[in-house]
Design a protein around this ligand. Structure first.
Ligand code: PAF
Length: 294
């Protein structure tokens, strides 16, 4: 266990238990895979504003990577991550090794069945099983009162909220709006992979979502026509290869024929070799990457 300023860094479950014990409630947890950016900082600051103690995890979770996704290439920036977490007011940081999280012979996984199948799940079949399993383990290890996730990963939010309800974890999931660059590009650790030309094309995701939002604001309620609005913006960007566009219920992720009630517009696009995702959440008729709690 090490201390940097007022922050304790634990790297084993035993060290985490010792560091967690004196923390006053409510305890807020921000699970991360490191390579932190301003989007993560927004999660930690929100936790700091709402909780008496704040924990974060830095763990590149191998079980959420598919066989074709390169785990070893995932950016690792531990020194900078610790500085950011300390600056944002974290009290406890957990940096376990993979052997600690997945001991020899590991075979117990959490599967959130239907929500893991569409959208991201269609091309990443075991991804959400890996996410749900590691998040469940982090909830058990930290015993948080609140857990903070970014709206950017809307399907992950739906999966985690369902798991929390189904398994009865006694905590509240807090969803924090997506942080964006000035041109609308959602912050993501993957943006680091973009060449200058690809970076210039990447705001097409935001423009596509915006065009569907504008169509909705003009009264368009057909899910099909909202999808077409997104597709036609993407088609005009030569470096962008659309993987899916979706107009779905934010909780069940079922595709909507008619847009009524809360709505999730989402898409995945390959820009060069990099797969980017983004979404807009419409809650109670307001277009915002708004905040969901519960
Ligand atoms: O969103 C992420 O960074 C990861 O999926 C999470 C929630 C930390 C689980 O590994």
């Amino acid at each position: 266990m090490t201390r940097t300023g007022r922050m304790t860094v634990a790297s084993t479950p035993e060290e985490l238990r010792e560091a967690r014990r004196p923390c006053p409630s409510p305890f807020g947890l921000v699970p991360t895979m490191g390579a932190l950016h301003a989007g993560h900082a927004a999660l930690v600051r929100r936790a700091r504003a709402e909780c008496a103690s704040v924990g974060a995890s830095l763990f590149v979770n191998p079980t959420q990577f598919g066989p074709a996704e390169d785990l070893s290439k995932y950016p690792r920036t531990l020194g900078r991550d610790l500085e950011l977490l300390e600056a944002c007011g974290a009290d406890v940081v957990y940096t376990p090794r993979a052997e600690e999280v997945y001991p020899d012979g590991f075979q117990t996984f959490v599967t959130v069945e239907r929500l893991s199948v569409p959208l991201e799940g269609a091309s990443r079949p075991d991804h959400f099983r890996g996410v749900a399993t590691v998040v469940a383990k982090l909830f058990l290890a930290f015993a948080p009162d609140r857990a903070y996730f970014g709206q950017k990963d809307a399907q992950q939010v739906a999966v985690v909220r369902r798991m929390v309800r189904d398994l009865g974890f006694p905590l509240r999931v807090v969803v924090v709006p997506t942080v964006r660059e000035r041109d609308g590009l959602a912050l993501s650790s993957r943006n680091a992979y973009l060449s200058p030309a690809e970076r210039a094309s990447a705001p097409v995701l935001f423009r596509a979502l915006s065009s569907a939002r504008e169509a909705f604001d003009r009264g368009e309620r057909s899910g099909g026509r909202l999808r077409t609005a997104m597709r036609s913006v993407l088609a005009r960007e030569p470096l962008a290869e659309p993987l899916y566009v979706s107009v779905a219920d934010p909780e069940t992720l079922e595709e909507l024929g008619e847009a009524a009630g809360d709505l999730l517009l989402s898409l995945a696009v390959r820009v060069g070799p990099t797969r980017l995702i983004d979404n807009f959440l419409l809650e109670r008729g307001r277009w915002e990457t708004g905040i969901l709690e519960g």
